[in-house]
Design a binder for this molecule. Structure first.
Ligand code: HAM
Length: 420
């Protein structure tokens, strides 16, 4: 019979790596909680139109990568490709925009994009994200960026940089777009690139092909065409980043794959990951809420890739989290001993000790091997003679040191030993 595999491009996480996965997700979320962001748990599917309108019809994400289908009630729904549109939908629907502002929210979970799978590019990807809605203060842009940076740093990561730029807004981008289009019109572009240039000229700035890059050397840049107000906003963001001690590189050619961005945009790029090097990105999206039928309120946020951050940790030789399964491993020699250790397992776990034991009637040798493999610090060995003497043997696996512990004191002794 043929067996099954996971859907193409979708990672499975299982022990011991899954412990690092959880630790990364936790490390990326903790700085958000410290800054007053509250958790939201939102649906993994939404009405298709939400993403079409929110993320933008011309983006690859919407035009090529969405998992959309009709449900049994003939409604078109889509597995969420990103988090911001859903958060805005929830903010509007539940009136969070009429409460205290900014509404500060964070989320963690899976997102779905039908991309061509490769190392670090998955069709089910995991993000930790934050959104701060309703206050247009450049200090908030800096806060959001600093939260992401703190998460990466808390994992011990060092091999990444932060790129920032400003994409302008309704007050200056239309004029800039015209300038860029006029520039592009004079270039000898191939058919496909010409079509892209007409649809979304900014995307051409990000073209990776050397021959197109060379042509784009003298292209006008948004950063040189900011209106006075957006320029001042951007300068303030950079000032606050300096206050926060967050280092950044200005990258005026940065292009994001989602249409809603205005003003500050940023990306964290890790240099140990090959082509899929973006470990997180975000920015301001001041028109989005109104576009989704809400009030004209501003917003700023990020999405950090948990999968890629884990890969970045691995590339730097870091193993976040505790990948061991247990602290103490029980080795019963005989049926009476097994019954005693099964009884102790409940007591030890209730006292917060991670305890496992050799099931399946393995002999001493096999059970000790299993103890080593489990990552436990101690083995708790119990034989017939020990029971007669009223003790168990607590053996430190790294050193081989062993002490007899009265059966009545096992829980307290083990707790003390583990605190050492
Ligand atoms: P994004 O840049 O599309 O932004 O995704 C954020 C992060 O998710 C990326 O930097 C990357 O680490 C990870 N990611 C994206 N696609 C994949 C993939 N196929 N495989 C593995 N990891 C991936 C957003 O999604 C915005 N919603 C972020 C945001 C929030 N902007 C404002 N608020």
């Amino acid at each position: 019979m043929t067996s099954f595999s996971a859907p193409k491009g979708v990672p499975d996480y299982f022990p011991p790596t899954s412990a690092s996965f959880l630790a990364v997700r936790e490390a990326l979320a903790e700085p958000a909680r410290l800054a007053g962001y509250g958790y939201v748990e939102l649906p993994v599917f939404e009405e298709t139109a939400l993403f079409a309108r929110g993320v933008g019809e011309s983006t690859d994400v919407v035009s090529k990568e969405m998992y959309s289908f009709n449900d049994r009630g003939e409604r078109s729904v889509t597995l969420r490709p990103e988090g911001t549109a859903g958060v805005m939908r929830a903010v509007i629907e539940h009136g969070l925009d009429r409460g205290q502002l900014p509404a500060k929210l964070y989320y963690a979970g899976p997102f779905f994009r039908y991309e061509r799978p490769q190392a670090g590019r998955y069709r089910q990807l995991q993000q930790v994200g934050v959104e701060a809605v309703g206050v247009d203060d450049p200090a908030l842009d800096a806060e959001v960026i600093a939260i992401a940076d703190a998460g990466f740093r808390s994992l011990g990561l060092t091999g990444y940089r932060l790129d920032i730029t400003s994409l302008g807004d309704g007050s200056d981008r239309p004029q800039y777009r015209e300038k860029l289009q006029a520039f592009l019109a004079k270039l000898p572009l191939d058919e496909a690139t010409r079509t892209r240039a007409n649809l979304n000229p900014l995307r051409v700035l990000d073209d990776k092909r050397p021959e197109v890059r060379a042509l784009m050397d003298d292209a006008p840049l948004m950063l040189d065409h900011l209106a006075a107000e957006t320029r001042a906003h951007y300068e303030q963001v950079k000032g606050y980043l300096d206050d926060l001690g967050v280092k950044f590189t200005e990258n005026p050619r940065m292009v994001r794959g989602l249409d809603y961005y205005t003003k500050t945009t940023f990306e964290f790029v890790h240099d140990g990951l090959g082509s899929q090097s973006g470990i997180g990105g975000g920015g301001r999206y001041d028109g989005l809420m109104e576009q989704l039928g809400g009030q004209p309120l501003s917003g700023v946020g990020f999405g950090l890739g948990v999968d890629r951050t884990l890969l970045a940790c691995q590339a730097e030789g870091l193993t976040p989290g505790d990948v061991t399964r247990c602290d103490v491993y029980g080795v019963p020699l005989g049926e009476t001993a097994k019954s005693r250790l099964v009884g102790l397992s409940g007591e030890l776990r209730a006292a917060g000790v991670r305890f496992d034991l050799a099931y399946g009637g393995r002999g001493m040798k096999g059970a000790m091997k299993a103890a080593d493999k489990s990552g436990a610090r101690y083995a708790l060995v119990l034989g017939e003679r020990d029971i007669e003497a009223g003790v168990a043997q607590l053996k430190e696996l790294a050193t081989g040191d062993q002490q007899a512990v009265p059966l009545t004191d096992v829980v307290t002794t083990v707790r003390k030993a583990l605190d050492r």
